[in-house]
Design a protein around this ligand. Structure first.
Ligand SMILES: Cc1cc2nc3c(=O)[nH]c(=O)nc-3n(C[C@H](O)[C@H](O)[C@H](O)COP(=O)(O)O)c2cc1C
Length: 439
């Protein structure tokens, strides 16, 4: 059976990102269909029926989010595509931006029609240079062809898309701080309520969706909600883009049908682990999703780990998530203490400092792990790490503090013996490091 493809369904060439190539593979037919045959609320209903879940991390149903906006209430509404992609290990949105930017633009025009959004933004991380240039060129092409701007395709519908470049802070990917960044203020996450669909950008109803979530819209409108539901599993419909890094022979971006066998994905699609080293662990959805292991694990045996399928429910039950789709494969021989050190350095550096438990807690955890790695760990350090990590749970405005805490707890739960060894012997149990050996 040919694997189902929603986004990676064409051959990448030197020109496949252009409007001409996109149109040659059927691009902008879905926009035409939406504008000519569907009412705005029909589109939202279709997305609702498709069961599409957000691909930015939390897997929140896209249709339900859109239903929070009444396209006819006479207020300005905004749609924002989150292309910040700052989660370590995650580079799957980049694939869309670089190789098929028109998929995102077409999908956003359809979403804007459904939400009654006259102005739309794409917030793209500043480090993404080629994706930005391709996206900006695609926006110009779309305006030139009457696919954006006034009276799109002669339908009377008008909408504009602005590309906004971020300046390199992880927290800007958090939806509410992203809006602050667009408004020109400091990118601090905002408390909810009010939800962003009530008061978002410039205080107006706003939908923020991930690039992959939005890019899927054109396919759903083109093929119908039932066709989308026919892919994947009943509770996790469709496909997901996964960016794979770490100890695999073939790192890169893959599209998998949800429910795909993880063991097969690792060994066949990604080519297995270099040097055929045994698998030690996997971080399935960016470092903010909890590490999973079949080794000495309290949750999964090695067989259960190999038998996992890639879908939201299965990974949730296993104690983790597909998160941002940034899968990091970890081979036996990797020092988890040093890996956690790198993770905590990141969270400490990226905490915006607004909430005390996150600002202080990530710093404390970072300093403790630095001390352990320097050979100055104390027997009480592991318990202290647990206490600080748990103190973040639910006590911060955004998910950064939670994520730093959950990721730490999962590492300690699964690899506590390795941390204890480091403290006692003042060195790693492994000769190896976290570099990927040549395959
Ligand atoms: C610290 C932090 C960083 C985030 N970074 C991103 C990001 O780079 N891209 C993204 O789509 N969502 C990111 N999110 C999640 C967004 O807040 C939001 O849930 C998402 O953009 C909604 O899109 P979706 O419903 O389509 O998944 C981040 C969340 C947090 C707490």
């Amino acid at each position: 059976m040919t694997p189902a493809r929603v986004l990676m369904n064409f051959e990448v060439t030197a020109t496949s990102h252009t409007l001409e190539a996109y149109r040659a593979r059927g691009g902008y037919q879905a926009l035409e269909k939406a504008l000519r045959t569907l009412k705005p609320e029909d589109v939202t209903q279709m997305i609702m029926e498709s069961g599409l879940q957000g691909r930015g991390g939390a897997a929140f149903p896209a249709g339900r989010k859109w239903q929070g906006i009444d396209p006819y209430d006479g207020q300005p509404h905004y749609l924002v595509a989150n292309a910040d992609e700052g989660e370590p290990g995650t580079f799957k949105d980049r694939w869309v931006l670089e190789y098929s930017p028109h998929t995102l633009l077409e999908s956003m025009a359809i979403a804007a029609y459904s939400l009654g959004a006259r102005h739309n933004f794409i917030y793209i991380r500043g480090e993404y240079d080629l994706p930005y240039r391709r996206l900006a060129a695609a926006v110009e092409e779309a305006y030139g062809a009457g696919l954006l701007g006034e009276n799109i395709l002669g339908s009377g519908f008008a909408t504009d898309i602005f590309v906004f470049r971020g300046a390199g802070a992880y927290v800007c990917g958090e939806a509410s701080s992203l809006l602050g960044s667009i408004e020109g203020s400091r990118a601090y996450p905002r408390n909810r309520p009010p939800r962003m669909t009530v008061s978002g950008l410039f205080g107006r109803p706003t939908v923020v969706n991930n690039v992959e979530t939005l890019s899927t819209i054109a396919w759903i409108v083109d093929h119908g909600a039932a066709a989308f539901r026919a892919i994947g599993t009943p509770t996790s419909p469709g496909t997901r883009l996964l960016s794979v890094s770490g100890h695999v022979r073939r790192p890169g971006v893959y599209e998998v049908e949800l429910g795909y066998a993880w063991g097969r994905f690792l060994h066949e699609d990604c080519g297995g682990i270099p040097g055929d080293r045994p698998l030690k662990a996997v971080i399935p959805g960016g470092i903010s999703s909890q590490v999973l292991t079949g080794k000495d694990a309290k949750v999964l045996t090695a067989d259960e780990m190999e038998g996992l399928t890639l879908d939201h429910d299965v990974l949730r039950k296993a104690g983790s998530s597909l998160g941002s789709g940034g899968m990091i494969v970890i081979a036996e021989g990797t020092c988890m203490v040093r890996l956690l050190q790198i993770m905590l350095r990141f969270y400490h550096h990226e905490s915006c400092g607004q909430c005390t438990p996150c600002r202080e807690g990530t710093g404390w955890m970072h300093r403790i792990i630095d001390r352990i790695v320097a050979g100055d760990g104390r027997p009480e350090d592991l318990e202290r790490l647990y206490t600080i990590a748990r103190a973040n749970d639910g006590t911060t405005i955004c998910g950064l503090g939670d994520a730093a805490g959950y990721a730490t707890v999962a590492m300690l739960d699964n690899f506590g013996d390795e941390f204890a060894y480091f403290v006692e012997h003042k060195r790693s149990r492994h000769q190896g490091n976290i570099e990927c050996p040549a395959s």
